[in-house]
Design a protein around this ligand. Structure first.
Ligand code: 5GP
Ligand code: MN
Length: 336
């Protein structure tokens, strides 16, 4: 990527930087934010990472994860820290609504805004926008940002570990959204001392017993398969949330199991979180779930992985989802 010289200049001298990522942060959000922090601190910048809501426990091992400020928990500290900031970096999201109240809070603050992201259709919310929907992950883009700054030597094992956490999770362990560049990047991270086996072990072998019981419950009791639409979905009620003590991150990845059914083209997880109904859509091939989420549920994301929220009841959201399927029948039944 082409980094304007004014931006290079700015980042070559110590600034007061705030790094933001989206609500319900995933591995790419956390990994990219922490990698950027560990990179920028090598220039003497003062850096804070801020998220609207908590991150899943499997990412606690990432260096300085414990230092992340969560608006929902540390609201006053977030406000205090933000008063002093003059550089705002937006990672892994491209619409200000994705950072909830943090977005409202910083809306009118003076400062330089930098956006690095790989979701479709970015809003013009930054002075410098590095938006590449073809990239595997925001971590891929952060790697390229650092190298294009001329700073490859600053990618130490700590930066590498954070970047790899985002790459391996956003590609579903290299099953989708890959490109040749990402394999070269990972090779380079390993050459620079990043222990890939250790990162994978920490992220993927960290489940609690209750997570496996929940998965079993989803597959045995909450899965519906509609072969005529090559669609499968799982729903979870508020009672399921209580019975299985579901917390943030516990439902991550469940929707992907549906894609392992050979004929499935569209998979959905529709779950009644404490305050809203959340939809997670996944697809195989050409079917564009980003369009479905955006058009019918005001959501967004990527072509093969998108999300949205609904303020309707669980029952009517499931019905709305089922009623949409005939509209997409051609795309669903197409062989690709
Ligand atoms: P997930 O289904 O895992 O929550 O999200 C899948 C993808 O869609 C992620 O890249 C996420 O950032 C995006 N996404 C999830 N929910 C929303 C939403 O409500 N609005 C938008 N614009 N994107 C979303
Ligand atoms: Mn991402």
């Amino acid at each position: 990527m082409e980094i304007p010289s004014a931006l290079k200049q700015l980042l070559h001298y110590p600034q007061n930087v705030a790094i933001f990522s989206h609500r319900n942060p995933d591995g790419d959000a956390i990994g990219s934010a922490l990698a950027m922090r560990h990179y920028l601190e090598q220039y003497g910048h003062t850096v804070h990472v801020l998220f609207p809501s908590e991150y899943p426990a499997e990412f606690e091992f990432l260096p300085l994860a414990e230092d992340i400020l969560i608006w929902d928990i540390h609201t006053e500290e977030c406000k205090q820290v933000l008063n002093k900031k003059n550089v705002f970096i937006f990672l892994d999201f491209n619409a200000i609504s994705r950072i909830d109240k943090l977005g409202e809070h910083i809306k009118n603050m003076p400062g330089t805004r930098i956006l690095i992201d790989h979701h479709l259709y970015p809003d013009p919310i930054a002075d410098y926008i590095f938006s590449e929907p073809a990239a595997s992950s925001t971590c891929e883009l952060v790697y390229r940002f650092i190298t294009d700054m001329g700073d490859a030597q600053k990618i130490n094992p700590t930066v590498g570990k954070c970047l790899y956490a985002g790459i391996v999770t956003d590609t579903g362990s290299f099953r989708h959204a890959t490109n040749s560049t990402i394999f070269r990047i990972v090779a380079d991270l390993i050459d620079r001392g990043m222990d890939d086996t250790d990162v994978q072990d920490k992220i993927f072998n960290s489940q609690k017993e209750k997570n496996l019981r929940l998965l079993g419950h989803c597959l045995a009791n909450r899965m519906e398969y509609l072969p005529e639409f090559r669609t499968a979905f799982i729903w979870l009620s508020r009672k399921d949330y209580e019975d299985f003590e579901i917390q943030r991150g516990d439902t991550e990845g469940i929707v992907n199991y549906l894609l392992t059914i050979r004929d499935v083209r569209l998979a959905a997880l529709i779950h009644n979180q404490p305050t809203i109904v959340k939809l997670s859509l996944r697809s195989k091939g050409d079917l564009d779930v980003q369009e479905i989420c955006r058009t019918h549920f005001s959501g967004g994301g990527h072509k093969n992985a998108s999300g949205a929220y609904s303020h309707d009841s669980l029952k009517s959201t499931i019905q709305k989802f089922k009623d949409l399927l005939p509209l997409y029948k051609d795309a669903l039944l197409k062989n690709n």
